[in-house]
Design a protein around this ligand. Structure first.
Ligand code: CTP
Length: 429
């Protein structure tokens, strides 16, 4: 392991029931070769004791600044840290950090540290939603601290709701991206254009035809590409998640707008990923005024096809200048199973790679997890490039890039491709 790989991490632990999950987080850091100093609050030690933290980190553990004052522990710990991660961050800890209090070792470290700081809150839903907590989170984020949103799910006692500590693997992934602010990565020098979310086709000023896509997988792909060094443009239709920082964003609503934005962004892209769920049909006529109920039966809705953005990108690109990746949402039917339909779709669309989701029974849409098969076109045949098992969409995103990165090696760099060669035909509906 290179000396650079060994980084010094301070793991702050707040006094919440989720403190036990930080034991796994500690393991993930130490198994990755990082040197971790655990700084719990006094309340955290009620949940997980000092011997656990010191045995697993290999360092003594203390909660206050008085144990060995001659060493000025908060300064010593904070100055050499490459990263501070606080998990779980309780409402109390967020409040103390936001107001700059320094009444224990952890808050002293937070005031002294000049490295990136990541906080992963966990608490009951009401406490998270309270304006005081939200205000504290805003304050911390304004100061550049990365504060994760808690997950939804089972909380302490019988409660469920928003307030659950994100999985240690997720906190670890985000932490690593802060620890290695990728001056160079496998996608450095590459331009990635990624679409995400569901398009909407208006019926009248208040109604639309839409779909259940949350945009999570596309947004996760954009974040992962950014963290791997790419210059990213995210063409975002309607998404239910926060849009990432550090990527160029183009907002769209309809399939036609999506096509226009993709066309503009595709000009100097190395890789295009169509993760958006695009409406295949739109109302033939969009009513200028709200369609009223009235006594008669509603007029039948006449639909017409929208443009197939992916197929049009594939049809108009010069060969081998860009890696074109589609997604497929399939359920399987009497004509064939999910993979049968996916293989046909890959050949019909003319893209290079197809990421296949089995969406039967409402799976995938809106879920934080995903499971995909990646198909690759080789001439007129289709091969399976990877099967990625069920896991969080952020991890699926990284696994997808692992497959795409070697394929990109055969794509000439975007800077060598002239704009005219990539000009797409102006199909629009
Ligand atoms: N796609 C597109 N434009 C459309 C429809 C789909 O660019 N009008 C893209 C999607 O972004 C995705 C891929 O095509 O990358 C496959 O989308 P999917 O919804 O699985 O398939 P459809 O092409 O809509 O075909 P069908 O609904 O018949 O399965």
């Amino acid at each position: 392991m290179s000396a650079r790989a060994l980084r010094r991490v301070v793991l702050g632990v707040g006094g919440g029931i989720a403190a036990y999950k930080s034991v796994s987080l500690l393991r993930l850091f130490t198994e990755g070769g990082h040197d971790v100093r655990v700084v719990p609050t006094a309340a955290a030690l009620r949940f997980v004791g000092e011997p656990t933290w010191s045995a697993l980190s290999g360092h003594p553990v203390t909660t206050d600044v008085w144990s060995s004052p001659d060493e000025v522990p908060h300064v010593a710990i904070a100055r050499i840290a490459d990263l501070v991660v606080v998990a779980p961050a309780t409402a109390d800890l967020l409040a103390r950090a936001a107001s700059g209090l320094a009444d224990d070792l952890l808050t002293n470290v937070l005031l002294t540290a000049r490295c990136p700081v990541l906080m992963a809150p966990a608490m009951h839903t009401e406490m998270w939603e309270h304006p005081a907590t939200q205000h504290n989170v805003e304050t911390l984020r304004r100061r550049g601290i990365v504060v994760l949103d808690p997950d939804e799910g089972r909380l302490a006692g019988q409660d469920t709701g928003k307030g659950r500590l994100p999985d240690p693997e997720v906190i670890h992934t985000v932490a690593l991206s802060l620890l290695h602010p990728v001056p160079s990565g496998p996608l450095t020098g590459r331009r990635a254009v990624i679409s995400a979310g569901g398009t909407r086709e208006p019926l009248d000023p208040v109604r639309y035809l839409g779909n259940a896509s949350s945009g999570r997988q596309g947004v996760a792909l954009a974040e992962a590409a950014r963290d791997l060094g790419a210059q990213v443009t995210l063409v975002a239709a309607h998404v239910e998640v926060d849009l990432p920082e550090g990527v160029a964003i183009s907002r769209v609503s309809t399939a036609a707008e999506l096509q226009q934005a993709m066309r503009a962004a595709a000009v100097d892209a190395d890789v295009i990923v169509m993760a958006a769920a695009v409406a295949d049909f739109r109302p033939e006529v969009v009513a200028e005024r709200k369609i009223k109920k009235g006594p008669a039966d509603p007029a039948p809705l006449r639909l017409v096809r929208t443009v197939d953005v992916l197929a049009s990108l594939a049809a108009d690109r010069p060969a081998a200048t860009v890696l074109l990746v589609g997604f497929a949402a399939e359920t399987g039917d009497a004509d064939g199973d999910v993979l049968h339909h996916a293989e046909r779709k890959l050949l019909a669309k003319g893209c290079d790679v197809l990421v296949v989701n089995d969406v039967s029974g409402g799976r995938v849409f809106g879920s934080p997890e995903n499971e995909v098969v990646i198909l690759r076109r080789v001439g007129d045949t289709v091969v399976t490039a990877a099967e990625i098992p069920q896991q969080r969409k952020s991890l699926v995103a990284h696994a997808i890039w692992e497959v795409l990165i070697p394929l990109l090696a055969s794509v000439s760099s975007a800077s060598t491709v002239s704009a005219e060669r990539l000009t797409l035909s102006g199909t629009s509906h």
